[in-house]
Design a protein around this ligand. Structure first.
Ligand code: GRG
Length: 289
Protein backbone atom coordinates (compact mmCIF):
# COMPACT_ATOMS: atom_id res chain seq x y z
CA UNK A 1 0.00 0.00 0.00
CA UNK A 2 2.82 2.36 0.90
CA UNK A 3 4.44 1.88 -2.49
CA UNK A 4 1.22 2.68 -4.38
CA UNK A 5 0.48 5.65 -2.13
CA UNK A 6 3.98 7.08 -2.69
CA UNK A 7 3.77 6.45 -6.43
CA UNK A 8 0.41 8.23 -6.56
CA UNK A 9 1.72 11.24 -4.66
CA UNK A 10 4.51 11.64 -7.22
CA UNK A 11 2.18 11.09 -10.17
CA UNK A 12 -0.41 13.55 -8.90
CA UNK A 13 2.29 16.16 -8.26
CA UNK A 14 3.31 15.77 -11.89
CA UNK A 15 -0.22 15.88 -13.35
CA UNK A 16 -1.33 18.92 -11.34
CA UNK A 17 -0.36 22.37 -12.67
CA UNK A 18 2.68 23.80 -10.86
CA UNK A 19 1.91 26.46 -8.24
CA UNK A 20 3.94 29.06 -10.19
CA UNK A 21 1.68 28.76 -13.24
CA UNK A 22 -0.96 31.50 -13.52
CA UNK A 23 -3.48 31.56 -11.85
CA UNK A 24 -1.19 30.61 -8.97
CA UNK A 25 -3.78 30.80 -6.20
CA UNK A 26 -6.12 28.37 -7.97
CA UNK A 27 -3.27 25.98 -8.72
CA UNK A 28 -2.06 26.12 -5.12
CA UNK A 29 -5.60 25.37 -3.95
CA UNK A 30 -5.94 22.43 -6.38
CA UNK A 31 -2.66 20.99 -5.08
CA UNK A 32 -3.79 21.58 -1.49
CA UNK A 33 -6.98 19.61 -2.17
CA UNK A 34 -5.29 16.65 -3.85
CA UNK A 35 -1.79 16.27 -2.37
CA UNK A 36 -0.45 15.28 1.02
CA UNK A 37 -3.35 13.34 2.45
CA UNK A 38 -6.01 10.76 1.98
CA UNK A 39 -5.85 7.01 2.10
CA UNK A 40 -5.84 6.71 -1.71
CA UNK A 41 -8.31 3.82 -1.49
CA UNK A 42 -9.53 4.27 -5.07
CA UNK A 43 -6.01 4.22 -6.58
CA UNK A 44 -5.19 1.18 -4.43
CA UNK A 45 -8.26 -0.58 -5.82
CA UNK A 46 -7.37 0.43 -9.39
CA UNK A 47 -3.83 -0.97 -9.00
CA UNK A 48 -5.09 -4.18 -7.40
CA UNK A 49 -7.70 -4.73 -10.14
CA UNK A 50 -5.12 -3.85 -12.77
CA UNK A 51 -2.78 -6.46 -11.33
CA UNK A 52 -5.55 -9.05 -11.69
CA UNK A 53 -5.87 -8.13 -15.38
CA UNK A 54 -2.10 -8.04 -15.96
CA UNK A 55 -2.29 -4.34 -16.82
CA UNK A 56 0.63 -2.00 -17.40
CA UNK A 57 1.19 -0.03 -14.13
CA UNK A 58 1.90 3.13 -16.16
CA UNK A 59 -1.64 3.01 -17.54
CA UNK A 60 -3.16 2.31 -14.12
CA UNK A 61 -1.30 5.30 -12.67
CA UNK A 62 -3.04 7.66 -15.12
CA UNK A 63 -6.47 6.16 -14.47
CA UNK A 64 -5.93 6.21 -10.69
CA UNK A 65 -4.81 9.86 -10.80
CA UNK A 66 -7.91 10.85 -12.77
CA UNK A 67 -10.19 9.08 -10.30
CA UNK A 68 -8.40 10.63 -7.33
CA UNK A 69 -8.85 14.10 -8.86
CA UNK A 70 -12.59 13.51 -9.17
CA UNK A 71 -12.67 12.19 -5.59
CA UNK A 72 -10.72 15.20 -4.26
CA UNK A 73 -13.02 17.63 -6.07
CA UNK A 74 -16.07 15.88 -4.57
CA UNK A 75 -14.65 16.29 -1.06
CA UNK A 76 -13.90 20.00 -1.63
CA UNK A 77 -17.44 20.64 -2.86
CA UNK A 78 -18.99 18.42 -0.19
CA UNK A 79 -17.28 20.50 2.52
CA UNK A 80 -18.65 23.83 1.21
CA UNK A 81 -21.14 25.72 3.39
CA UNK A 82 -23.91 25.09 0.83
CA UNK A 83 -23.43 21.33 1.25
CA UNK A 84 -22.01 19.62 4.34
CA UNK A 85 -20.42 22.80 5.71
CA UNK A 86 -17.28 21.39 7.31
CA UNK A 87 -14.03 22.98 8.42
CA UNK A 88 -11.79 19.91 8.80
CA UNK A 89 -10.66 17.41 6.16
CA UNK A 90 -7.67 15.05 6.25
CA UNK A 91 -6.63 16.68 9.54
CA UNK A 92 -6.36 20.14 7.94
CA UNK A 93 -8.66 23.10 7.31
CA UNK A 94 -11.00 22.38 4.41
CA UNK A 95 -10.18 24.02 1.08
CA UNK A 96 -12.68 26.89 1.40
CA UNK A 97 -11.40 27.66 4.92
CA UNK A 98 -7.74 27.65 3.85
CA UNK A 99 -8.47 29.63 0.67
CA UNK A 100 -12.02 30.95 0.15
CA UNK A 101 -15.37 29.67 -1.08
CA UNK A 102 -15.07 30.91 -4.65
CA UNK A 103 -11.62 29.35 -4.98
CA UNK A 104 -12.90 26.05 -3.54
CA UNK A 105 -15.71 26.03 -6.09
CA UNK A 106 -13.20 26.62 -8.87
CA UNK A 107 -10.93 23.87 -7.52
CA UNK A 108 -13.72 21.40 -8.21
CA UNK A 109 -14.54 23.01 -11.54
CA UNK A 110 -10.89 22.64 -12.58
CA UNK A 111 -10.08 19.21 -11.13
CA UNK A 112 -12.95 17.49 -12.89
CA UNK A 113 -11.92 18.45 -16.45
CA UNK A 114 -8.24 17.89 -15.60
CA UNK A 115 -9.15 14.27 -14.79
CA UNK A 116 -10.58 13.79 -18.28
CA UNK A 117 -7.75 15.78 -19.87
CA UNK A 118 -5.09 13.39 -18.57
CA UNK A 119 -7.16 10.40 -19.72
CA UNK A 120 -7.03 11.80 -23.26
CA UNK A 121 -3.32 12.63 -23.14
CA UNK A 122 -2.06 9.12 -22.34
CA UNK A 123 -2.62 5.72 -23.86
CA UNK A 124 -4.57 3.68 -21.28
CA UNK A 125 -6.16 0.99 -23.47
CA UNK A 126 -5.34 -1.22 -26.44
CA UNK A 127 -7.55 0.71 -28.87
CA UNK A 128 -9.00 4.24 -29.13
CA UNK A 129 -12.51 2.76 -28.89
CA UNK A 130 -11.67 0.96 -25.64
CA UNK A 131 -10.11 4.14 -24.27
CA UNK A 132 -13.21 6.18 -25.18
CA UNK A 133 -15.38 3.65 -23.36
CA UNK A 134 -13.20 4.12 -20.24
CA UNK A 135 -13.82 7.88 -20.35
CA UNK A 136 -17.55 7.19 -20.67
CA UNK A 137 -17.46 4.90 -17.62
CA UNK A 138 -15.79 7.59 -15.51
CA UNK A 139 -18.19 10.29 -16.76
CA UNK A 140 -21.20 8.13 -15.88
CA UNK A 141 -19.79 7.27 -12.45
CA UNK A 142 -19.17 10.95 -11.64
CA UNK A 143 -22.35 12.54 -12.97
CA UNK A 144 -26.03 12.67 -12.08
CA UNK A 145 -26.40 8.92 -12.55
CA UNK A 146 -23.44 8.32 -10.25
CA UNK A 147 -21.68 10.33 -7.55
CA UNK A 148 -23.33 13.75 -8.14
CA UNK A 149 -26.75 12.06 -8.27
CA UNK A 150 -25.98 10.29 -4.98
CA UNK A 151 -25.05 13.61 -3.42
CA UNK A 152 -28.38 15.06 -4.60
CA UNK A 153 -30.25 12.17 -2.96
CA UNK A 154 -28.13 12.67 0.18
CA UNK A 155 -28.99 16.37 0.42
CA UNK A 156 -32.67 15.63 -0.10
CA UNK A 157 -32.66 12.95 2.63
CA UNK A 158 -31.58 15.11 5.56
CA UNK A 159 -34.12 14.84 8.37
CA UNK A 160 -36.01 12.04 6.61
CA UNK A 161 -36.34 8.37 7.46
CA UNK A 162 -35.08 6.14 4.65
CA UNK A 163 -35.67 2.43 4.24
CA UNK A 164 -32.60 0.22 3.94
CA UNK A 165 -33.00 -0.18 0.13
CA UNK A 166 -33.35 3.61 -0.24
CA UNK A 167 -30.19 4.17 1.82
CA UNK A 168 -28.37 1.56 -0.26
CA UNK A 169 -29.47 3.25 -3.50
CA UNK A 170 -28.10 6.58 -2.25
CA UNK A 171 -24.74 5.10 -1.34
CA UNK A 172 -24.40 2.97 -4.47
CA UNK A 173 -24.46 6.30 -6.28
CA UNK A 174 -22.67 8.67 -3.89
CA UNK A 175 -19.73 6.53 -2.80
CA UNK A 176 -20.11 3.24 -4.65
CA UNK A 177 -20.06 4.57 -8.21
CA UNK A 178 -16.53 5.98 -8.05
CA UNK A 179 -15.21 2.97 -6.13
CA UNK A 180 -16.71 0.66 -8.76
CA UNK A 181 -15.17 2.83 -11.50
CA UNK A 182 -11.75 2.52 -9.84
CA UNK A 183 -11.94 -1.28 -9.93
CA UNK A 184 -13.45 -1.53 -13.41
CA UNK A 185 -11.09 1.00 -15.00
CA UNK A 186 -8.05 -0.51 -13.31
CA UNK A 187 -8.99 -3.87 -14.84
CA UNK A 188 -9.73 -2.30 -18.23
CA UNK A 189 -6.15 -1.03 -18.40
CA UNK A 190 -5.29 -4.67 -19.09
CA UNK A 191 -6.91 -7.12 -21.44
CA UNK A 192 -6.61 -10.34 -19.53
CA UNK A 193 -10.10 -10.90 -18.07
CA UNK A 194 -12.85 -13.08 -19.52
CA UNK A 195 -16.46 -11.82 -19.30
CA UNK A 196 -17.32 -14.12 -16.37
CA UNK A 197 -14.26 -13.02 -14.43
CA UNK A 198 -15.18 -9.42 -15.10
CA UNK A 199 -18.69 -10.01 -13.68
CA UNK A 200 -17.14 -11.38 -10.49
CA UNK A 201 -14.85 -8.40 -10.24
CA UNK A 202 -17.83 -6.05 -10.68
CA UNK A 203 -19.65 -7.87 -7.88
CA UNK A 204 -16.57 -7.41 -5.69
CA UNK A 205 -16.50 -3.69 -6.58
CA UNK A 206 -20.16 -3.16 -5.71
CA UNK A 207 -19.73 -5.01 -2.43
CA UNK A 208 -16.62 -3.14 -1.24
CA UNK A 209 -18.23 0.16 -2.31
CA UNK A 210 -21.13 -0.52 0.01
CA UNK A 211 -18.87 -1.86 2.77
CA UNK A 212 -16.83 1.35 2.56
CA UNK A 213 -19.93 3.42 3.28
CA UNK A 214 -21.24 1.18 6.08
CA UNK A 215 -17.85 1.48 7.79
CA UNK A 216 -17.82 5.25 7.17
CA UNK A 217 -21.15 5.49 9.01
CA UNK A 218 -19.84 3.34 11.88
CA UNK A 219 -16.66 5.42 12.20
CA UNK A 220 -18.61 8.69 12.15
CA UNK A 221 -20.50 7.35 15.16
CA UNK A 222 -17.83 5.59 17.20
CA UNK A 223 -14.53 7.29 16.33
CA UNK A 224 -13.05 10.68 17.19
CA UNK A 225 -12.35 13.80 15.15
CA UNK A 226 -8.63 13.41 15.93
CA UNK A 227 -8.51 9.85 14.55
CA UNK A 228 -10.66 10.55 11.49
CA UNK A 229 -9.08 13.88 10.55
CA UNK A 230 -12.60 15.13 9.85
CA UNK A 231 -15.45 16.11 12.14
CA UNK A 232 -16.87 13.01 13.85
CA UNK A 233 -20.52 12.66 14.86
CA UNK A 234 -21.80 14.83 12.01
CA UNK A 235 -24.37 12.37 10.69
CA UNK A 236 -26.37 12.36 13.92
CA UNK A 237 -25.89 16.11 14.42
CA UNK A 238 -27.28 16.76 10.92
CA UNK A 239 -30.06 14.16 11.27
CA UNK A 240 -28.73 12.19 8.30
CA UNK A 241 -30.06 8.70 7.67
CA UNK A 242 -27.15 6.23 7.99
CA UNK A 243 -26.61 2.51 8.44
CA UNK A 244 -26.11 3.22 12.14
CA UNK A 245 -29.32 5.25 12.47
CA UNK A 246 -31.35 2.54 10.69
CA UNK A 247 -29.68 -0.65 11.96
CA UNK A 248 -27.95 0.43 15.16
CA UNK A 249 -24.19 0.21 15.73
CA UNK A 250 -23.92 -3.55 16.32
CA UNK A 251 -25.95 -4.54 13.25
CA UNK A 252 -24.12 -2.01 11.08
CA UNK A 253 -20.82 -3.55 12.17
CA UNK A 254 -22.19 -7.04 11.44
CA UNK A 255 -23.32 -5.87 7.97
CA UNK A 256 -19.80 -4.61 7.22
CA UNK A 257 -18.46 -8.05 8.16
CA UNK A 258 -21.05 -9.76 5.92
CA UNK A 259 -20.02 -7.54 3.02
CA UNK A 260 -16.36 -8.34 3.64
CA UNK A 261 -17.18 -12.06 3.40
CA UNK A 262 -19.21 -11.42 0.23
CA UNK A 263 -16.31 -9.52 -1.35
CA UNK A 264 -13.97 -12.44 -0.60
CA UNK A 265 -16.54 -14.91 -2.01
CA UNK A 266 -16.75 -12.87 -5.24
CA UNK A 267 -13.02 -13.47 -5.70
CA UNK A 268 -13.04 -17.16 -4.76
CA UNK A 269 -12.39 -18.39 -8.31
CA UNK A 270 -9.22 -16.28 -8.56
CA UNK A 271 -5.85 -17.27 -7.17
CA UNK A 272 -2.94 -15.31 -5.76
CA UNK A 273 -3.39 -12.63 -8.45
CA UNK A 274 -6.46 -11.38 -6.50
CA UNK A 275 -4.67 -11.26 -3.15
CA UNK A 276 -4.35 -7.47 -3.08
CA UNK A 277 -8.07 -7.09 -3.78
CA UNK A 278 -8.82 -9.42 -0.85
CA UNK A 279 -6.50 -7.44 1.40
CA UNK A 280 -8.17 -4.20 0.34
CA UNK A 281 -11.60 -5.59 1.25
CA UNK A 282 -10.14 -6.32 4.69
CA UNK A 283 -8.58 -2.87 4.89
CA UNK A 284 -11.83 -1.14 3.92
CA UNK A 285 -13.80 -2.96 6.61
CA UNK A 286 -11.19 -3.06 9.38
CA UNK A 287 -9.81 0.49 8.96
CA UNK A 288 -9.94 2.88 11.89
CA UNK A 289 -10.03 6.16 9.89
C1 GRG B 1 -20.06 17.24 -4.28
C2 GRG B 1 -20.69 16.07 -6.46
C3 GRG B 1 -20.31 16.00 -5.03
C4 GRG B 1 -20.22 14.81 -4.47
C5 GRG B 1 -19.78 14.56 -3.11
C6 GRG B 1 -18.29 11.51 -2.07
C7 GRG B 1 -19.12 12.66 -1.75
C8 GRG B 1 -20.02 13.13 -2.80
C9 GRG B 1 -19.06 13.31 -0.58
C10 GRG B 1 -18.19 12.92 0.51
C11 GRG B 1 -18.99 12.84 1.74
C12 GRG B 1 -18.59 11.68 2.52
C13 GRG B 1 -17.79 11.96 3.74
C14 GRG B 1 -18.96 10.47 2.14
C15 GRG B 1 -18.63 9.27 2.87
C16 GRG B 1 -17.70 8.38 2.16
C17 GRG B 1 -16.51 9.09 1.65
C18 GRG B 1 -16.50 9.35 0.21
C19 GRG B 1 -15.53 9.41 2.47
C20 GRG B 1 -14.31 10.09 2.05
O1 GRG B 1 -13.53 9.22 1.29
P1 GRG B 1 -12.15 8.64 1.84
O2 GRG B 1 -12.35 8.08 3.22
O3 GRG B 1 -11.31 9.98 1.93
O4 GRG B 1 -11.59 7.72 0.82
P2 GRG B 1 -9.73 10.20 1.88
O5 GRG B 1 -9.52 11.48 2.62
O6 GRG B 1 -9.05 9.03 2.53
O7 GRG B 1 -9.39 10.33 0.43
Amino acid sequence: MGAVQARMETALQRFLPAPEIVPGRLHRAMRYAVLGGGKRVRPLLAFAAGELAAADPGRIEVVAAAIEMIHAYSLVHDDLPCMDDDVLRRGRPTCHVEFDEATALLVGDALQPLAFQILTEHVIADSPGAQLEMLRILALASGSRGMAGGQAIDLASVGKTLSLPELELMHIHKTGALIRAAVVLGARCGSGLAAKQFDRLEHYAKTVGLAFQVVDDVLDCDSSTATLGKTAGKDAAQAKPTYVSILGLARARALAEELRAEAHAALSSFGAEAQRLRELADFIVLRKF
